[in-house]
Design a protein around this ligand. Structure first.
Ligand code: HEC
Length: 129
């Protein structure tokens, strides 16, 4: 009886530690974005963002020269490192004015749904140099 109880206890500990291990792994290493989501993000970017942010995210779209301040370089590794995906999607959704930047960055929350905003964030990540 004792042996069975201790076996059950150790099995449940094993179960707990396995579950914890997968949860930690999921936090540390997010799944790679699928090619489909990335393409979706690129489509959104090309339609709504490229005019100001430019093809490579460098901030040199055809409309950027009339903007003061210019859009920053989205591919800059230091910029990429300083922002979480939530920071980026928040700025996209609420616009510059919504997050304390310039109102020249429009808010997109009423134009682009959450799935497409998440996809464009993935695409911005792929612009990192
Ligand atoms: C009318 C021009 C314009 C368009 C169109 C535009 N942006 Fe911006 N964006 C800006 C400007 C200007 C800034 C502010 C630059 C700064 O403060 O560094 C900015 C800033 C940003 C930032 C940086 C926020 C930060 O934390 O510094 C992100 C991310 C961004 N835009 C994404 C997008 C995406 C995605 C789209 C398309 C859905 C888009 N922008 C469309 C002009 C534009």
């Amino acid at each position: 009886m004792r042996a069975i109880v201790s076996l059950l206890i150790s099995l449940s500990f094993l179960g707990l530690s396995c579950r914890r291990a997968t949860r930690v792994a999921a936090v540390v290493k997010p799944p790679r974005p699928s090619a489909y989501e990335l393409q979706l993000g690129k489509d959104v970017y090309q339609r709504y963002c490229v005019g100001c942010h430019g093809d490579t995210g460098a901030g040199d779209g055809f409309n950027s020269f009339s903007l003061d301040p210019h859009p920053r370089d989205l591919g800059d590794p230091a910029f990429q490192k300083s922002k979480s995906n939530v920071d980026l999607s928040d700025a996209i959704r609420r616009g510059g004015a919504g997050v304390g930047l310039t109102s020249l960055m429009p808010p997109w929350g009423h134009t682009i749904d959450d799935r497409h905003i998440n996809a464009v964030v993935l695409y911005i990540r792929s612009l990192r140099r």
